[in-house]
Design a protein around this ligand. Structure first.
Ligand SMILES: CC(C)(COP(=O)(O)OP(=O)(O)OC[C@H]1O[C@@H](n2cnc3c(N)ncnc32)[C@H](O)[C@@H]1OP(=O)(O)O)[C@@H](O)C(=O)NCCC(=O)NCCS
Length: 175
């Protein structure tokens, strides 16, 4: 378990499946994430979920985001770990709307980035978010991410953002 100021990052477990299913079938959340809305039944989702928990690849580290008193409010992940290039991609969702705009997302990102730079040899973390998702961009900027380009995929416009280990170290001295 990784402890932040407002949240803790925990190993994923089967008990997270129901919230994850709700969030992945929520039209607004799916749109904000430029993802496909799930159409599968919960029982089929659950059996795939159990399999993925058992066989998680080493290039992907998912976490449940919990409040410090143990409420599951979202998820985050780093994935596409490339040891040769020294980089990985970061993803986050705060699925529970009651926790938006209260600094939880920022604390998740800061805590995960800090964990990655302290516990691995990776030197760069990058992400993409929809260009109209200004809340997400603000959240990432607060944590030291800077934009480095744009990308269009499947008709969606994304802003690309990154943080290098050196920038992160400099950002640490400012906060
Ligand atoms: C994006 C997300 C992770 C951010 O988490 P969060 O807990 O809401 O973020 P924080 O409160 O730490 O930071 C959000 C910041 O954006 C600001 N903000 C809110 N709405 C905004 C808007 N429309 N435009 C610009 N900034 C906005 C908030 O005031 C806050 O800034 P502040 O801390 O200076 O006050 C979360 O809201 C979320 O998962 N949303 C739904 C799914 C989603 O967007 N997925 C895509 C993620 S790439």
């Amino acid at each position: 378990m990784i402890i932040g100021n407002k949240i803790r990052l925990c190993e994923k477990r089967l008990a997270d499946a129901l919230n994850d299913y709700i969030w992945q079938t929520d039209p607004e959340l799916v749109q904000l994430d430029a993802a496909q809305r799930l159409t599968t039944t919960f029982s089929r989702y659950l059996s795939n979920y159990a399999r993925e928990l058992r066989y998680s690849p080493s290039t992907r580290r998912p976490f449940a985001v919990e409040t410090l008193d143990g409420k599951h409010i979202g998820n985050c992940v780093y994935y596409g770990v490339d040891e040769t290039k020294g980089e990985a991609e970061l993803g986050i969702i705060i699925g529970n709307r009651d926790y938006w705009d209260k600094g939880y997302g920022g604390d998740v990102v800061a805590t995960l980035v800090s964990y990655i730079f302290r516990q691995t040899n990776l030197n760069r973390i990058y992400l993409k978010t929809l260009d109209r998702n200004t809340r997400a961009q603000k959240c990432f900027q607060k944590c030291g991410f800077t934009p480095y380009g744009h990308m269009v995929r499947d008709g969606f416009n994304f802003v690309l953002m990154e943080i290098h280990r050196k920038q992160w170290q400099e950002h640490q001295t400012k906060i």
